[in-house]
Design a protein around this ligand. Structure first.
Ligand code: ZN
Length: 199
């Protein structure tokens, strides 16, 4: 279905702004990272955010100033049908097995509901390149709070706040689901530590 990967097409990445010509070359690699997550989720994933111009990024209170979104090197994806914790567990297992494509940052937002994933960029990210984070909350100023993601079962709710609002909870929380056969959403985006978020 997709013109870049099995499920993703280039046009899906033109959000919230069209990817400028000079950055379009980043999209195939980014789509590969999204497809990796999509395969783990086993269900649809909607790219909600890829390229942001510097001007747009500056208007987002919680956006990282050096965000990879400004280079079209990161996407936020919502896997609406896959419990976010399940997706996180599968991603960590894939990484432990060495099955993952190299990435810059992988961030699970258990409130906002998306997964942020980026392509590697050691020059920009430094030691944060390759890190997996959990955005576990939002402080009073609207800033995301991050922690290293080590054990999703103890660190994360099964469903993101966004998934609960959509009603996914009534299905998963009432049926003692241990795995999610379908679903996928997530978006990824911010990184590292409270002082170093990368959205
Ligand atoms: Zn992001």
């Amino acid at each position: 279905m997709g013109d870049l990967t099995k499920n993703f097409s280039a046009a899906e990445f033109d959000k919230p702004e069209p990817v400028p010509v000079e950055y379009r070359g980043n999209i195939p690699a980014l789509a590969d990272r999204c497809q990796w997550l999509r395969d783990l989720a086993g269900s649809i994933g909607e790219v909600t955010d890829t390229y942001r111009s510097a001007a747009h990024n500056a208007e987002i209170p919680n956006a990282a100033k050096s965000s990879q979104h400004m280079l079209a090197e990161a996407s936020d994806v919502e896997f609406t049908l896959c419990p976010i914790r399940t997706l996180a567990e599968r991603a960590l297992a894939s990484i432990a097995d060495g099955d993952n494509p190299p990435f810059g940052q992988l961030i699970f937002y258990s409130v906002r509901g998306h997964v942020h994933v980026s392509v590697p960029n050691a020059a920009l990210l430094g030691s944060r390149n390759g890190q997996v984070l959990h955005a576990y909350g939002i402080d009073g100023a609207g800033q995301d709070l991050f922690e290293p993601l080590i054990d999703p079962e103890t660190q994360m709710p099964l469903l993101s706040t966004a998934q609960k609002k959509r009603g996914l909870g009534s299905h998963y929380l009432s049926s003692s689901h241990s795995s999610a056969p379908s679903g996928g959403a997530g978006n990824a985006a911010h990184a590292g530590g409270k002082a170093h978020g990368q959205k």
